[in-house]
Design a protein around this ligand. Structure first.
Ligand code: 2HG
Ligand code: ZN
Length: 454
Protein backbone atom coordinates (compact mmCIF):
# COMPACT_ATOMS: atom_id res chain seq x y z
CA UNK A 1 0.00 0.00 0.00
CA UNK A 2 1.13 3.56 -0.73
CA UNK A 3 2.49 5.94 1.90
CA UNK A 4 -0.16 7.65 4.01
CA UNK A 5 -0.32 11.39 3.26
CA UNK A 6 -0.59 12.26 6.98
CA UNK A 7 0.70 15.82 6.72
CA UNK A 8 -1.73 16.73 3.90
CA UNK A 9 -4.59 15.14 5.83
CA UNK A 10 -3.68 17.18 8.94
CA UNK A 11 -3.68 20.31 6.81
CA UNK A 12 -7.09 19.37 5.37
CA UNK A 13 -8.97 18.69 8.64
CA UNK A 14 -6.74 19.91 11.48
CA UNK A 15 -4.14 17.77 13.26
CA UNK A 16 -6.48 16.90 16.14
CA UNK A 17 -8.86 15.22 13.70
CA UNK A 18 -6.31 12.80 12.24
CA UNK A 19 -6.11 9.88 14.66
CA UNK A 20 -3.21 7.46 14.46
CA UNK A 21 -2.73 6.02 17.98
CA UNK A 22 -4.30 2.59 18.38
CA UNK A 23 -6.03 3.70 21.57
CA UNK A 24 -7.87 6.42 19.65
CA UNK A 25 -8.60 4.53 16.44
CA UNK A 26 -9.76 1.21 17.99
CA UNK A 27 -13.47 2.08 18.32
CA UNK A 28 -13.63 2.92 14.61
CA UNK A 29 -11.80 -0.18 13.46
CA UNK A 30 -14.07 -2.97 14.66
CA UNK A 31 -17.73 -3.26 13.67
CA UNK A 32 -20.62 -3.48 16.09
CA UNK A 33 -20.90 -7.26 15.90
CA UNK A 34 -17.21 -7.78 16.64
CA UNK A 35 -16.89 -9.97 13.54
CA UNK A 36 -15.34 -7.51 11.08
CA UNK A 37 -12.50 -5.02 11.18
CA UNK A 38 -8.75 -4.40 10.89
CA UNK A 39 -6.27 -1.61 11.59
CA UNK A 40 -6.82 1.60 9.62
CA UNK A 41 -3.85 3.62 8.36
CA UNK A 42 -5.46 6.48 10.26
CA UNK A 43 -8.91 7.85 11.11
CA UNK A 44 -9.79 11.23 9.61
CA UNK A 45 -12.67 13.30 10.93
CA UNK A 46 -13.60 16.10 8.50
CA UNK A 47 -16.09 18.79 9.54
CA UNK A 48 -17.89 19.53 6.26
CA UNK A 49 -18.26 18.68 2.58
CA UNK A 50 -15.26 20.81 1.55
CA UNK A 51 -13.01 18.96 3.99
CA UNK A 52 -14.36 15.57 2.85
CA UNK A 53 -13.55 16.58 -0.74
CA UNK A 54 -10.03 17.61 0.26
CA UNK A 55 -9.46 14.32 2.09
CA UNK A 56 -10.66 12.32 -0.93
CA UNK A 57 -8.49 14.35 -3.34
CA UNK A 58 -5.48 13.84 -1.08
CA UNK A 59 -6.04 10.09 -0.80
CA UNK A 60 -6.68 9.71 -4.53
CA UNK A 61 -3.44 11.56 -5.31
CA UNK A 62 -1.52 9.35 -2.87
CA UNK A 63 -3.18 6.16 -4.14
CA UNK A 64 -4.56 5.33 -0.68
CA UNK A 65 -8.07 3.85 -0.47
CA UNK A 66 -10.75 5.36 1.74
CA UNK A 67 -13.29 3.53 3.92
CA UNK A 68 -16.34 5.60 4.85
CA UNK A 69 -18.04 5.31 8.23
CA UNK A 70 -21.06 6.86 9.92
CA UNK A 71 -22.30 5.66 13.33
CA UNK A 72 -20.54 2.27 12.92
CA UNK A 73 -23.79 0.35 13.38
CA UNK A 74 -23.34 -1.60 10.13
CA UNK A 75 -23.68 -5.37 10.31
CA UNK A 76 -21.88 -6.53 7.14
CA UNK A 77 -18.35 -5.15 7.54
CA UNK A 78 -18.96 -2.43 4.93
CA UNK A 79 -17.73 0.51 7.00
CA UNK A 80 -14.65 -0.85 8.76
CA UNK A 81 -11.16 -1.24 7.29
CA UNK A 82 -9.75 -4.34 5.64
CA UNK A 83 -6.29 -3.08 6.62
CA UNK A 84 -4.35 0.15 6.10
CA UNK A 85 -7.00 2.40 4.52
CA UNK A 86 -7.82 5.95 5.55
CA UNK A 87 -10.99 5.62 7.59
CA UNK A 88 -13.12 8.67 6.92
CA UNK A 89 -15.58 9.20 9.75
CA UNK A 90 -18.54 11.48 9.02
CA UNK A 91 -19.72 11.89 12.62
CA UNK A 92 -18.76 15.60 12.72
CA UNK A 93 -21.15 16.47 9.85
CA UNK A 94 -23.96 17.15 12.27
CA UNK A 95 -25.64 20.16 10.71
CA UNK A 96 -29.41 19.92 10.74
CA UNK A 97 -31.41 22.55 8.85
CA UNK A 98 -34.70 24.10 9.94
CA UNK A 99 -37.68 21.95 9.04
CA UNK A 100 -39.34 23.28 5.88
CA UNK A 101 -42.88 22.71 7.08
CA UNK A 102 -44.51 23.91 3.86
CA UNK A 103 -42.52 21.44 1.76
CA UNK A 104 -42.43 18.75 4.46
CA UNK A 105 -38.66 18.42 4.05
CA UNK A 106 -35.43 18.87 5.96
CA UNK A 107 -31.72 18.91 5.17
CA UNK A 108 -29.53 16.75 7.39
CA UNK A 109 -25.76 16.27 7.51
CA UNK A 110 -24.40 12.76 7.08
CA UNK A 111 -23.42 12.58 10.76
CA UNK A 112 -26.85 13.41 12.18
CA UNK A 113 -28.22 10.45 14.13
CA UNK A 114 -31.62 9.06 13.22
CA UNK A 115 -32.86 9.77 16.75
CA UNK A 116 -31.90 13.44 16.51
CA UNK A 117 -33.52 13.74 13.08
CA UNK A 118 -36.74 12.21 14.43
CA UNK A 119 -36.82 14.56 17.45
CA UNK A 120 -36.17 17.54 15.19
CA UNK A 121 -38.98 16.61 12.78
CA UNK A 122 -41.39 15.91 15.67
CA UNK A 123 -40.69 19.28 17.27
CA UNK A 124 -41.98 20.81 14.02
CA UNK A 125 -45.14 18.66 14.03
CA UNK A 126 -43.83 16.20 11.44
CA UNK A 127 -41.93 12.91 11.59
CA UNK A 128 -39.32 10.92 9.69
CA UNK A 129 -40.52 7.80 7.87
CA UNK A 130 -37.63 5.47 8.71
CA UNK A 131 -37.17 4.03 12.18
CA UNK A 132 -34.96 1.24 13.54
CA UNK A 133 -33.56 0.01 16.84
CA UNK A 134 -30.08 1.56 16.37
CA UNK A 135 -31.67 5.03 16.06
CA UNK A 136 -29.42 6.67 18.65
CA UNK A 137 -26.19 5.74 16.85
CA UNK A 138 -27.08 5.15 13.17
CA UNK A 139 -26.48 8.26 11.05
CA UNK A 140 -28.12 9.74 7.97
CA UNK A 141 -25.10 9.03 5.73
CA UNK A 142 -25.03 5.36 6.64
CA UNK A 143 -28.79 5.03 6.36
CA UNK A 144 -28.63 6.40 2.80
CA UNK A 145 -25.54 4.38 1.88
CA UNK A 146 -27.19 1.10 2.89
CA UNK A 147 -30.73 2.07 1.83
CA UNK A 148 -31.75 1.17 5.38
CA UNK A 149 -35.23 -0.22 5.98
CA UNK A 150 -36.31 -0.89 9.55
CA UNK A 151 -39.68 -1.17 11.19
CA UNK A 152 -41.86 1.24 9.21
CA UNK A 153 -41.16 0.16 5.62
CA UNK A 154 -44.70 -1.21 5.48
CA UNK A 155 -45.99 2.35 5.70
CA UNK A 156 -43.30 4.65 4.30
CA UNK A 157 -40.79 2.56 2.37
CA UNK A 158 -37.02 2.35 2.82
CA UNK A 159 -34.48 5.16 3.01
CA UNK A 160 -34.40 5.62 -0.77
CA UNK A 161 -38.08 6.54 -0.67
CA UNK A 162 -37.34 9.40 1.78
CA UNK A 163 -34.44 10.77 -0.26
CA UNK A 164 -35.31 13.87 -2.29
CA UNK A 165 -31.77 15.07 -2.79
CA UNK A 166 -28.17 14.59 -1.76
CA UNK A 167 -24.78 16.21 -1.78
CA UNK A 168 -21.93 13.80 -2.38
CA UNK A 169 -18.19 13.83 -2.86
CA UNK A 170 -17.09 11.68 -5.79
CA UNK A 171 -13.89 9.66 -6.00
CA UNK A 172 -11.88 12.48 -7.62
CA UNK A 173 -12.91 14.95 -4.91
CA UNK A 174 -15.53 16.70 -7.06
CA UNK A 175 -18.90 17.46 -5.46
CA UNK A 176 -22.38 16.82 -6.82
CA UNK A 177 -25.18 18.67 -5.10
CA UNK A 178 -28.89 18.20 -5.78
CA UNK A 179 -30.52 19.66 -2.70
CA UNK A 180 -33.54 21.57 -4.03
CA UNK A 181 -35.91 18.81 -2.94
CA UNK A 182 -37.73 18.67 -6.28
CA UNK A 183 -40.64 16.25 -6.21
CA UNK A 184 -40.55 15.94 -9.97
CA UNK A 185 -37.37 15.99 -11.99
CA UNK A 186 -37.16 14.24 -15.32
CA UNK A 187 -33.73 15.40 -16.41
CA UNK A 188 -31.97 12.09 -16.81
CA UNK A 189 -30.24 9.52 -14.63
CA UNK A 190 -31.26 9.67 -10.98
CA UNK A 191 -27.84 9.94 -9.35
CA UNK A 192 -29.31 10.61 -5.92
CA UNK A 193 -31.27 7.39 -6.00
CA UNK A 194 -28.21 5.53 -7.25
CA UNK A 195 -26.24 6.69 -4.21
CA UNK A 196 -28.83 5.07 -1.94
CA UNK A 197 -27.64 1.52 -1.41
CA UNK A 198 -24.27 2.11 -3.08
CA UNK A 199 -22.50 1.53 0.27
CA UNK A 200 -19.98 4.32 -0.19
CA UNK A 201 -18.59 2.82 -3.40
CA UNK A 202 -19.76 5.56 -5.81
CA UNK A 203 -19.63 8.70 -3.70
CA UNK A 204 -19.61 9.89 -0.10
CA UNK A 205 -22.98 11.35 0.87
CA UNK A 206 -22.33 14.42 3.04
CA UNK A 207 -25.87 15.84 3.22
CA UNK A 208 -29.34 14.58 2.40
CA UNK A 209 -32.59 16.38 1.59
CA UNK A 210 -35.25 14.26 3.23
CA UNK A 211 -38.98 13.87 2.93
CA UNK A 212 -40.92 14.14 6.20
CA UNK A 213 -44.27 12.56 7.00
CA UNK A 214 -47.20 13.64 9.21
CA UNK A 215 -46.62 13.19 12.92
CA UNK A 216 -49.02 10.55 14.22
CA UNK A 217 -49.24 10.67 17.99
CA UNK A 218 -52.16 8.31 18.53
CA UNK A 219 -50.62 4.84 18.69
CA UNK A 220 -51.62 1.37 19.67
CA UNK A 221 -49.36 -1.71 19.86
CA UNK A 222 -50.45 -5.34 20.00
CA UNK A 223 -48.52 -8.55 20.58
CA UNK A 224 -50.20 -11.63 19.12
CA UNK A 225 -49.24 -15.18 20.13
CA UNK A 226 -49.50 -17.79 17.38
CA UNK A 227 -48.81 -21.50 16.91
CA UNK A 228 -46.23 -21.08 14.13
CA UNK A 229 -44.72 -18.84 11.47
CA UNK A 230 -47.32 -19.89 8.89
CA UNK A 231 -50.23 -18.61 10.94
CA UNK A 232 -48.39 -15.33 11.68
CA UNK A 233 -47.78 -14.84 7.97
CA UNK A 234 -51.34 -15.86 7.10
CA UNK A 235 -53.11 -13.34 9.38
CA UNK A 236 -51.25 -10.32 8.03
CA UNK A 237 -53.08 -9.64 4.71
CA UNK A 238 -56.47 -9.39 6.45
CA UNK A 239 -55.04 -7.19 9.23
CA UNK A 240 -53.43 -4.93 6.63
CA UNK A 241 -56.73 -4.67 4.73
CA UNK A 242 -58.66 -3.79 7.88
CA UNK A 243 -56.06 -1.46 9.35
CA UNK A 244 -55.04 1.30 6.92
CA UNK A 245 -53.08 2.91 9.77
CA UNK A 246 -50.92 -0.19 10.34
CA UNK A 247 -47.30 1.01 10.54
CA UNK A 248 -45.35 -2.05 11.67
CA UNK A 249 -45.66 -5.85 11.61
CA UNK A 250 -42.76 -7.72 13.17
CA UNK A 251 -42.27 -11.44 13.61
CA UNK A 252 -40.44 -13.11 16.49
CA UNK A 253 -40.21 -16.59 17.96
CA UNK A 254 -40.02 -18.23 21.39
CA UNK A 255 -36.23 -18.77 21.36
CA UNK A 256 -35.47 -15.12 20.46
CA UNK A 257 -37.94 -13.87 23.05
CA UNK A 258 -36.35 -16.09 25.70
CA UNK A 259 -32.91 -14.59 24.96
CA UNK A 260 -34.29 -11.04 25.08
CA UNK A 261 -36.01 -11.75 28.40
CA UNK A 262 -32.86 -13.31 29.84
CA UNK A 263 -30.55 -10.44 28.89
CA UNK A 264 -33.01 -7.63 29.48
CA UNK A 265 -34.49 -9.17 32.67
CA UNK A 266 -37.94 -8.67 31.19
CA UNK A 267 -41.18 -10.26 32.40
CA UNK A 268 -43.07 -12.73 30.20
CA UNK A 269 -45.69 -11.13 27.93
CA UNK A 270 -48.17 -13.98 28.51
CA UNK A 271 -48.83 -16.54 31.22
CA UNK A 272 -47.68 -19.27 28.83
CA UNK A 273 -44.86 -19.43 26.32
CA UNK A 274 -45.96 -19.60 22.66
CA UNK A 275 -44.08 -20.62 19.50
CA UNK A 276 -44.47 -17.45 17.41
CA UNK A 277 -45.37 -13.81 17.96
CA UNK A 278 -46.51 -10.96 15.74
CA UNK A 279 -46.00 -7.41 16.97
CA UNK A 280 -48.29 -4.84 15.35
CA UNK A 281 -48.37 -1.09 15.62
CA UNK A 282 -51.06 1.27 14.34
CA UNK A 283 -50.52 5.02 14.23
CA UNK A 284 -52.96 7.76 13.32
CA UNK A 285 -54.13 11.24 14.26
CA UNK A 286 -57.06 9.73 16.16
CA UNK A 287 -56.89 6.75 18.49
CA UNK A 288 -56.56 3.54 16.43
CA UNK A 289 -57.04 1.25 19.48
CA UNK A 290 -60.63 0.18 18.83
CA UNK A 291 -59.92 -0.78 15.23
CA UNK A 292 -56.80 -2.72 16.23
CA UNK A 293 -58.53 -4.54 19.11
CA UNK A 294 -61.45 -5.48 16.88
CA UNK A 295 -59.24 -6.71 14.04
CA UNK A 296 -57.07 -8.72 16.45
CA UNK A 297 -60.07 -10.27 18.22
CA UNK A 298 -61.37 -11.53 14.87
CA UNK A 299 -58.01 -12.75 13.54
CA UNK A 300 -57.69 -16.47 12.82
CA UNK A 301 -55.71 -18.89 14.94
CA UNK A 302 -54.51 -16.65 17.78
CA UNK A 303 -53.40 -18.36 20.97
CA UNK A 304 -53.37 -15.14 22.95
CA UNK A 305 -52.99 -11.38 22.47
CA UNK A 306 -52.19 -8.28 24.49
CA UNK A 307 -52.70 -4.65 23.54
CA UNK A 308 -50.89 -1.58 24.88
CA UNK A 309 -52.55 1.81 24.56
CA UNK A 310 -50.16 3.78 26.80
CA UNK A 311 -46.60 4.77 25.91
CA UNK A 312 -44.93 2.74 28.68
CA UNK A 313 -46.83 -0.42 27.74
CA UNK A 314 -45.99 0.11 24.07
CA UNK A 315 -42.28 0.53 24.85
CA UNK A 316 -42.41 -2.68 26.89
CA UNK A 317 -43.90 -4.64 23.97
CA UNK A 318 -41.43 -3.12 21.47
CA UNK A 319 -38.54 -4.10 23.77
CA UNK A 320 -39.28 -7.78 23.06
CA UNK A 321 -38.55 -7.13 19.39
CA UNK A 322 -35.97 -4.35 19.46
CA UNK A 323 -33.64 -5.99 21.98
CA UNK A 324 -33.06 -9.07 19.80
CA UNK A 325 -29.80 -7.81 18.27
CA UNK A 326 -28.19 -6.98 21.61
CA UNK A 327 -29.45 -10.11 23.34
CA UNK A 328 -28.03 -12.30 20.55
CA UNK A 329 -24.66 -10.53 20.65
CA UNK A 330 -24.51 -11.02 24.42
CA UNK A 331 -24.47 -14.79 23.71
CA UNK A 332 -21.54 -14.60 21.27
CA UNK A 333 -20.60 -13.29 17.83
CA UNK A 334 -23.38 -14.53 15.52
CA UNK A 335 -23.35 -15.27 11.81
CA UNK A 336 -25.73 -12.54 10.69
CA UNK A 337 -27.84 -13.01 7.61
CA UNK A 338 -30.52 -10.62 6.42
CA UNK A 339 -32.64 -12.07 3.66
CA UNK A 340 -35.94 -11.49 1.92
CA UNK A 341 -38.13 -13.56 -0.34
CA UNK A 342 -41.34 -12.84 -2.26
CA UNK A 343 -44.18 -12.90 0.28
CA UNK A 344 -45.62 -16.12 -1.15
CA UNK A 345 -42.36 -17.98 -0.45
CA UNK A 346 -42.04 -16.75 3.14
CA UNK A 347 -43.69 -19.78 4.80
CA UNK A 348 -41.27 -22.08 2.97
CA UNK A 349 -38.27 -19.94 3.95
CA UNK A 350 -39.37 -19.84 7.59
CA UNK A 351 -39.86 -23.62 7.62
CA UNK A 352 -36.54 -24.49 5.98
CA UNK A 353 -34.13 -22.05 7.66
CA UNK A 354 -33.40 -23.92 10.89
CA UNK A 355 -33.12 -27.37 9.24
CA UNK A 356 -30.80 -25.86 6.63
CA UNK A 357 -28.47 -24.49 9.29
CA UNK A 358 -28.72 -27.71 11.33
CA UNK A 359 -27.69 -29.64 8.21
CA UNK A 360 -24.36 -27.79 8.34
CA UNK A 361 -23.81 -27.38 12.10
CA UNK A 362 -26.21 -29.57 14.11
CA UNK A 363 -25.39 -27.80 17.41
CA UNK A 364 -25.91 -24.26 16.10
CA UNK A 365 -28.70 -22.07 17.46
CA UNK A 366 -30.67 -20.29 14.72
CA UNK A 367 -32.56 -17.23 15.94
CA UNK A 368 -34.99 -15.81 13.38
CA UNK A 369 -36.99 -12.59 13.54
CA UNK A 370 -37.88 -9.83 11.14
CA UNK A 371 -40.11 -7.60 9.13
CA UNK A 372 -42.84 -9.95 7.98
CA UNK A 373 -44.65 -7.60 5.59
CA UNK A 374 -41.52 -7.29 3.43
CA UNK A 375 -40.71 -11.00 3.55
CA UNK A 376 -37.52 -9.95 5.36
CA UNK A 377 -36.12 -12.33 7.96
CA UNK A 378 -33.02 -11.75 10.07
CA UNK A 379 -31.22 -15.03 10.60
CA UNK A 380 -28.71 -15.00 13.42
CA UNK A 381 -26.73 -18.20 13.89
CA UNK A 382 -24.95 -18.70 17.21
CA UNK A 383 -22.37 -21.39 17.95
CA UNK A 384 -21.46 -21.92 14.29
CA UNK A 385 -17.80 -22.28 15.29
CA UNK A 386 -15.51 -22.35 12.26
CA UNK A 387 -18.43 -22.98 9.91
CA UNK A 388 -19.63 -19.39 9.39
CA UNK A 389 -18.92 -19.53 5.65
CA UNK A 390 -20.65 -22.88 5.15
CA UNK A 391 -23.70 -21.76 7.12
CA UNK A 392 -23.85 -18.53 5.11
CA UNK A 393 -23.54 -20.46 1.88
CA UNK A 394 -26.30 -22.91 2.75
CA UNK A 395 -28.77 -20.22 3.87
CA UNK A 396 -28.08 -17.88 0.97
CA UNK A 397 -28.46 -20.72 -1.55
CA UNK A 398 -31.83 -21.55 0.00
CA UNK A 399 -32.84 -17.90 -0.36
CA UNK A 400 -31.74 -17.85 -4.01
CA UNK A 401 -33.74 -21.01 -4.67
CA UNK A 402 -36.79 -19.13 -3.36
CA UNK A 403 -36.03 -16.16 -5.67
CA UNK A 404 -35.02 -13.98 -2.74
CA UNK A 405 -32.38 -11.40 -1.90
CA UNK A 406 -29.18 -12.30 -0.03
CA UNK A 407 -29.27 -8.87 1.59
CA UNK A 408 -32.56 -7.22 2.32
CA UNK A 409 -31.67 -4.09 4.28
CA UNK A 410 -28.18 -4.34 5.79
CA UNK A 411 -26.22 -4.13 2.55
CA UNK A 412 -23.67 -6.48 1.02
CA UNK A 413 -20.61 -4.98 2.71
CA UNK A 414 -17.57 -7.24 2.74
CA UNK A 415 -19.55 -10.08 4.31
CA UNK A 416 -21.73 -11.03 1.32
CA UNK A 417 -19.74 -10.05 -1.78
CA UNK A 418 -18.89 -13.67 -2.54
CA UNK A 419 -22.61 -14.48 -2.79
CA UNK A 420 -23.75 -11.45 -4.80
CA UNK A 421 -24.22 -13.57 -7.90
CA UNK A 422 -26.97 -15.51 -6.12
CA UNK A 423 -29.17 -12.41 -6.21
CA UNK A 424 -27.80 -10.50 -9.21
CA UNK A 425 -27.33 -11.76 -12.75
CA UNK A 426 -24.01 -11.61 -14.56
CA UNK A 427 -25.37 -8.78 -16.69
CA UNK A 428 -26.44 -6.78 -13.65
CA UNK A 429 -23.08 -7.25 -11.93
CA UNK A 430 -21.30 -6.18 -15.11
CA UNK A 431 -23.49 -3.05 -15.29
CA UNK A 432 -22.81 -2.25 -11.62
CA UNK A 433 -19.09 -2.72 -12.17
CA UNK A 434 -19.20 -0.45 -15.23
CA UNK A 435 -20.85 2.28 -13.14
CA UNK A 436 -18.28 1.83 -10.38
CA UNK A 437 -15.39 2.00 -12.85
CA UNK A 438 -16.82 5.08 -14.55
CA UNK A 439 -17.20 6.98 -11.28
CA UNK A 440 -14.18 5.60 -9.42
CA UNK A 441 -11.64 4.33 -11.98
CA UNK A 442 -8.83 4.20 -9.40
CA UNK A 443 -10.91 2.24 -6.86
CA UNK A 444 -10.48 4.80 -4.07
CA UNK A 445 -13.88 4.48 -2.41
CA UNK A 446 -14.61 1.44 -0.21
CA UNK A 447 -12.71 -1.11 -2.34
CA UNK A 448 -13.79 -4.69 -1.60
CA UNK A 449 -17.25 -3.57 -0.45
CA UNK A 450 -20.37 -4.56 -2.41
CA UNK A 451 -18.58 -5.75 -5.56
CA UNK A 452 -15.98 -8.48 -5.16
CA UNK A 453 -12.42 -7.18 -5.67
CA UNK A 454 -11.02 -8.14 -9.10
C1 2HG B 1 -33.39 -5.19 13.12
O1 2HG B 1 -34.37 -5.35 12.38
C2 2HG B 1 -32.06 -4.90 12.50
O2 2HG B 1 -33.50 -5.15 14.35
C3 2HG B 1 -30.95 -5.83 13.04
O3 2HG B 1 -32.13 -4.96 11.12
C4 2HG B 1 -31.15 -7.26 12.70
O4 2HG B 1 -29.55 -7.98 14.33
C5 2HG B 1 -30.11 -8.25 13.27
O5 2HG B 1 -29.90 -9.32 12.67
ZN1 ZN C 1 -34.16 -5.24 10.39
Amino acid sequence: MSVLPLEELRTAVGAEHVLVDAGLTASYERDWTGRFGARAGCVVRPADTAQVAEVVRTCAAAGVPVVVQGGNTGLVGGAVPAGGEVLLSLTRLTELGDVDVAAGQVTAGAGVTLGRLQDHARAAGLDFGVDLAARDSATVGGLVATNAGGIRVLRYGSMRAQLLGAEAVLADGSVVSRMAGLLKDGTGYDLVSLLAGSEGTLGIVTQARLRLVPRLTARCVALLALPDADSAIAVLPELRRRLPHLSAAELLFADGLALVRKHGHLPAPFAEEHPAYLLLECADTTDPSDALVEAVSEADGLLDATVATDAAGQRALWAYREQHTEAINAEGVPVKLDVSVPTGRLPELAARLTPTVAGVVPAARTIVFGHVNEGNLHVNVLDAGDDAERVTDAVLRLVAELEGSISSEHGVGRAKTAWLSLSRSRTEIAAMRAIKTALDPQGVLNPGVLLPAV
